[in-house]
Design a protein around this ligand. Structure first.
Ligand SMILES: Nc1nc2c(ncn2[C@@H]2O[C@H](COP(=O)(O)OP(=O)(O)O)[C@@H](O)[C@H]2O)c(=O)[nH]1
Ligand SMILES: [Mg+2]
Length: 334
């Protein structure tokens, strides 16, 4: 990180890191460019920011850089639901099949590689919440995808899909990691470690390995263990089948637990809680974070809250910084 960055720049960068909304990120990037001290020591970072502004502007407009003219599908997916999961992996592993099975959205599936050309979002339900899955084109040396790293900026985690029956599998996984690494995207094995990264444009995605096509194997769990050992991989992993649905029941609970999802049900005074649509935050987040989700202004304007559930005694009055627990009912008083 270059020295002598101004407080204005640092504030803009902090805001950039905090938001996952592509349009807000673009505004933050412009603010970063406006406030960055213009001297030799920041030239690289300035160029980086300009590049990101150009890239994100184009991605928001659609696939203009694909050379196919304007107005293509958007290359950035606005996050929705409890978290955004990028489905990544080598060609033909069954990424689109898994996406279709888990979301019910019919994606293009074909027995030949490179069928998926754009990020394709869909929602996967888990109990009373949804995770947003995004199907991506294959990550492979034969088929560079220039916008991939840009699109991954909004993801919270990755599902790395492989086909253990494919003899090239081991090489493919190494290729996926090195291609992404060159774009400053890390597939992380540890879901708990907090990453303290100085580079605002690096992306760290906790990764769940899905060994697909388990229906083709006699003992998929054993195959998976052997593969992990051979490859020296420490990703949490599951043997699954997009074809039969085998193993897929475990995906939602894994994500819920390891992303630390906390569901909050809101109520207004004198009324029952809205049990249909919880707001979701992460473990450690507070009343203030829920207020922001309800309405930007509410975060500042509410005076106190009352909470029912595991984080306090029933009806307890709490302030902005009260950390909430899964299943809490929250009543905000403006
Ligand atoms: N046997 C079997 N075949 C699968 C499974 N998942 C996908 N396939 C097949 O693998 C091929 C590639 O699937 P696709 O979803 O397009 O892979 P992608 O390139 O990773 O998106 C297709 O012929 C699928 O029918 C699975 O779980 N079991
Ligand atoms: Mg595909």
């Amino acid at each position: 990180m270059p020295a002598n960055l101004s407080p204005e720049y640092k504030a803009a960068e902090a805001a950039f890191r905090k938001t996952r909304d592509p349009r807000e990120r673009l505004e933050c990037l412009k603010e970063m460019l406006r406030t960055i001290p213009k001297h030799k020591g920041t030239e690289r970072l300035q160029a980086d920011i300009k590049g990101r502004i150009k890239e994100l502007t184009e991605d928001l407009e659609g696939g203009v850089r694909k050379g196919g003219g304007h107005g293509g599908p958007s290359l950035v997916v606005r996050p929705e639901g409890a978290a955004q999961l990028a489905i990544l992996g080598p060609p033909n592993a069954g990424k689109s099949s898994l996406f279709a099975r888990l979301t019910g959205v019919h994606a293009r599936v074909a027995p030949y590689p490179f069928t998926t050309q754009f990020p394709e979002p869909g929602m996967m339900s888990h109990e009373d919440i949804h995770f947003q899955l995004v199907d991506f084109p294959a990550v492979s040396p034969e088929h560079p995808v220039p916008w991939l790293a840009g699109s991954l900026q909004t993801a919270d985690a990755a599902l790395l899909v492989i086909d253990l029956n494919d003899p090239a599998c081991l090489d493919q996984v190494q290729a996926v990691r090195s291609i992404l690494g060159a774009k400053r995207v890390t597939l992380a094995e540890d879901w708990k470690a907090a990453i303290d990264d100085e580079d605002p444009f690096s992306v760290n995605l906790p990764t769940l390995l899905l060994a697909n096509k388990a229906d083709l194997e006699a003992d998929p769990e054993a195959e998976l263990l052997t593969f992990d050992e051979l490859a020296g991989l420490r990703f949490p992993a599951m043997a699954v089948s997009a074809e039969t649905g085998f193993g897929l029941d475990g995906v939602g609970p894994f994500l819920f637990e390891n992303l630390g999802i906390v569901r909050i049900y809101t109520k207004t005074p004198g009324h029952a809680a809205d049990k249909a649509r919880p707001f979701t935050i992460r473990k450690g987040q507070t009343v203030s974070d829920v207020a922001r989700l309800i309405h930007k202004d509410l975060q500042q304007s509410f005076k106190y809250a009352r909470v029912w559930g595991a984080s306090g005694f029933d009806g307890q009055h709490v302030g902005h910084e009260h950390a909430l627990s899964d299943g809490d009912i929250l009543e905000l008083h403006a």
